[in-house]
Design a protein around this ligand. Structure first.
Ligand code: SF4
Length: 389
């Protein structure tokens, strides 16, 4: 039977799970505070999620017409267009969210398409969009700062809801194994504190948190985290020093470094804590990944409960590395080839793929220049040396 070798030593038997994803039955995400999705990689620009409200029981939305149709399609072995981010990752042999779920939950199709909350193993709970940063790859659904700046810029965003549907019902998720926190920045969120307090049997739950590393959790929160079976704390950092300050505006590098050091120290004694440098690779930072990884490796100094993870940005597409020309791909590859760490293999494979035929360059330039004008920054001036004019 043909096995496909994956990054990080894992292999998937593709013949048993060609297209279906366990999260369609065992996953639930309310990542934008207004609709439900099987996971946060499901693209809501491609098709909207299932509308949900405080008045409607979550289980009705979970068994709605939309979810039933997605499940039937997967049973028939058809691809769902909104799952394209997983399929794109798999094409370049980068472990997709779907493959993580197959590994965690197993490749067998469930016997029934009717789902109960107690059968959800992997939940992604929105805790509100309050955030102090306005990162280039983010939007008002996940950042209150962006919501105000969109208004100033006269840009449109569909409605912003603050319903914390899953967090408010978390005690009903009795079969939970993985709980991912979606924000906003959880270090500012009271709802996050409530969520970790009310999670059933935390000693059986792996908690995944992403933080922008500008602020450390309070002692009270850090104490509550010790109850969980495992805590995977990802620090979202997209560049070294001033590059991060510009992409993840208006963060200050000194704060980021101090937070990373503090958590690394903590992971030495708190055995359930794993610390991850999580970098979203886009056209904006693909030319400067090495200084960031070198910084992280020096800081963590082989600490066993820490690692780095690179994920490839797919949306908005004009920020994606799929939008690079042949020359730009070669330039980025030349820089990355200075380092043979397997961490970069997926990015290198993507850069060796077909170049963009018609790169959406005017959208990229317009986006960066408008943001610079609004903030009084000079990011585009710094960045434009990497791209063809
Ligand atoms: S295939 Fe990917 S995008 Fe689709 S439900 Fe699974 S994890 Fe989410």
């Amino acid at each position: 039977m043909k096995k496909l070798k994956m990054d990080r030593g894992w292999s998937l038997d593709k013949s048993r799970a060609p297209t279906h994803c366990p999260l369609m039955w065992h996953g639930l995400s309310d990542r934008d505070g207004e609709s439900l999705y099987p996971c946060c990689r499901f693209d809501y620009f491609d098709q909207p999620g299932v509308p949900a409200s405080k008045e409607e029981p979550l289980v009705s939305s979970l068994n709605s017409k939309e979810f039933s149709e997605w499940r039937s399609k997967m049973r028939e072995g058809k691809q769902i267009s909104s799952c394209y981010k997983c399929h794109e990752d798999e094409k370049i042999h980068v472990k997709s969210e779907r493959e993580c779920a197959l590994e965690e939950i197993g490749p067998n199709l469930p016997s029934t398409d009717t789902v109960e909350l107690s059968k959800i193993q992997n939940a992604e709970a929105f805790v509100g969009n309050h955030c102090n940063l306005r990162c280039h790859s983010c939007n008002p659904a996940s950042s209150s700062g962006w919501a105000s700046e969109y208004q100033r810029l006269g840009w449109q965003w569909h409605t912003i809801q603050q319903n914390t549907l899953i967090a408010d019902s978390i005690s009903e998720f009795t079969g939970l194994r993985i709980l991912k926190v979606i924000g906003g920045e959880p270090a500012f969120s009271k709802k996050f504190e409530e969520l970790i307090l009310n999670t059933p049997h935390p000693e059986k739950v792996e908690l995944h948190i992403s933080s922008n590393a500008t602020r450390v959790f309070t002692d009270n929160v850090l104490a509550k985290l010790q109850k969980f079976q495992k805590v995977r704390l990802s620090l979202s950092i997209d560049g070294y020093a001033d590059l991060n300050e510009m992409i993840r505006y208006p963060s200050k590098w000194n704060d980021i470094e101090a937070t990373a050091k503090l958590y690394l120290e903590l992971s030495k004694t708190q055995k359930n804590l794993q610390l991850i440098l999580h970098t979203t690779v886009s056209i904006l930072n693909v030319f400067e990944l090495l200084p960031l990884i070198n910084w992280w490796n020096a800081l963590r100094n082989n600490s066993p409960r820490s690692k780095a993870h690179l994920s490839i940005l797919r949306s908005p597409s004009f920020l994606s590395i799929q939008n690079l020309t042949k020359n730009e791909q070669q330039r980025a590859l030349q820089l990355l080839n200075e380092n043979s760490d397997p961490l970069f293999d997926g990015i290198k494979r993507e850069l060796n793929g077909p170049p963009a035929q018609n790169p959406a360059r005017s959208e990229l330039v317009d986006y960066c220049e408008k943001i610079d004008q609004s903030r009084g920054t000079k990011f585009f001036l710094r960045f434009k040396k990497y791209i063809d004019n």
